[in-house]
Design a protein around this ligand. Sequence first.
Ligand SMILES: [Zn+2]
Length: 71
Amino acid sequence: MKGKLGLAHLERREITLNPDQNEISLMGTAIHEVLHLEQWDLSEEAVIRIEKNITDVLCRLGFRRTEKDGE
Ligand SMILES: [Zn+2]
């Protein structure tokens, strides 16, 4: 995962998240990688735009991770 925040494995329908990022970045990366899984033909630019919009709305609503469970 060095140098990457996350990866989408299309064939396995899984995402991998680099845990070495702050919680808001982790939220954005999770959204980003799920977007790649669900809409693999979207451009990176579109994925980033949607990721930022969703992350911004969730942050404004106060969504935060409350504990780390090692997952
Ligand atoms: Zn991407």
